[in-house]
Design a protein around this ligand. Sequence first.
Ligand code: 6R9
Length: 630
Amino acid sequence: MSDRLHTLSGYLYEYQKSIAQPEEFWARIADSFHWRKRWNKVLKWNFEGPEVKWFDGATLNITENIFEKQLYTIGDRPAIIWEPNEPSEATRTITYRQLFHEVCRFANALKAKGIGKGDRVIIYMPMVPEAAIAMLACARIGAVHSVVFAGFSSTSLADRINNCEAKAVLTSDGNYRGNKKITVKGVVDEALEKSSVDTVIVYKRTGQETNMVSGRDFWWDEVLEGQSEENAPEEMDSEDMLFILYTSGSTGKPKGVVHTTGGYMVYTKYSFENVFQYSPGDVYWCTADIGWITGHSYIVYGPLLAGATTLMFEGVPTYPNPSRFWQVIEKHKVNVFYTAPTAIRALQAFGTEPIEGYDLSSLKVLGSVGEPINEEAWHWYHTHIGKGHCPIVDTWWQTETGGILVSPLAGITPTKPAYATLPLPGIQLCIVDTEGNELTGNSVEGNLCIKFPWPSMIRTTYGDHDRCKQTYFSTYKNMYFTGDGVKRDHDGYYRILGRVDDVINVSGHRMGTAEVENAINEHPKVIESAVVGYPHEVKGQGIYAFVICDMTNRTEENLINEIKDMVSKIIGPIAKPDKIQIVPGLPKTRSGKIMRRILRKVAEGSTDSMGDTSTLLDPEVVEKIIEGRK
Ligand code: 6R9
């Protein structure tokens, strides 16, 4: 039986089945994969531990499901089309067979360096096919990859290397991004002053001068020399770790979200095929970076498990000009295009002129991910890119969920601007009030929870299971708490309203306020700081920092610039505050808690409705903060 949903009634029918008999439902989907050993039990779970096991007792290798299972039929089909940063540089097209051989060769190279099952490997690389090859080679030999976005600083990288006690780092000499040439290996070297690994493998991308430490650092080509194109895959338990991906939360330090093998495989392929209604031969392009979960699930694993052609783009939307996305769609006849609202808004700001003259008629489906899409951007995307005939799938999910949980199925679910619409089969959503009472029926608003496991869900936070329990399973009993606010409208459609915790979503990237505050506080002149998000036209949310400083011998301007540079250096440029306001004090309650609600109002500019400030230690400080608003 096919796992593809084709009609709305088919979806509703399957959804009911998936709720009534989840184990039967997922067993049927899982049957179309290649398992070395079949499971004893489809699902074992409790959300108290939490302990969740999918396809218990089964063994497999995820890359065998991408390659060996499909090579006879689609070996010559393009697996990856790579579009470089510079439009004049040649495109690379890699077939499934070629990719298989490259993955095996690199898997053998990793083994030759003593890396094996269970070892953690950091991937800190630009958007080149070798990054995907590296991920798959790790999966092939059972090593656990942890991809770190190449825009993160050496401190962030070192924290991640240390947290997972990585054995190797895979990286590049440099990275091209728009008109910039960025040093990458230099950042790794800096990180390795604060951490250590046995092996560093460096892919030559820019050819810039690069320091190599003898005995530790090796060139990519050098380690591949003489490696065979064959590699026997490691037999993995369904619940063996596949990867760790660090993400920000309400606390100061990012946590390593752990995903395991069997369930992640089943869910990413199933959701990819159904949400995008992918047809064989279609060219699919997701513009995310592989450093984020979207890149993992919907550039690499989901599409490749489905035998799709996945386009990887090295550059940025505005280089060499704001027509680049449209030029790439025309050039590669892209059928499915998946991007973030922030990119849409940034391009929308250039008007429709950059789109003119480009043939976008290959497009069939458009996707959105990472943050709520505002109605204006939705309509612009629909009208000017989709020419009114491409369904938009607004896909809601998280690093922790592993795959898309709420989304229209393209062309099947009637869409509504700014609504992620309905849950995928198997996903049991639940809206609760702040006391944890379930809000039933339609036309309700509250916090979004999930009350039953799904195959690609987070299993633990690396090295600290209690943190996983506290963060996701303790706010509400027996439920996974997403951290998002949500509305279910009169039609039963879901609209995500944004984070209800101390997480800011900047251009689709998650930043913890505490993380940014910690970085700001590193500046010797900073006494205290408080960071909040505020509405930003392009980024969705911007970062607004209120900072108390020792101003002796300093001007405001140079202090502000120094603080911005500090954050950039400690976390990475994506965390740089958009606005910094030096304040004489912060609005604190008598018990010493900062009232962020007030700071959010100031940052938003809605200072005429401050609400109750009577519990503040010093209500006057609010007036002073309002006066100095940026
Ligand atoms: C996939 C990804 C997760 C947070 C999530 C939510 C926001 C993602 C969204 C969306 C509204 C959508 N988010 N998709 N909000 N509509 N379609 O982005 O993962 O980086 O972990 O971020 O992003 O707030 O909780 P991640």
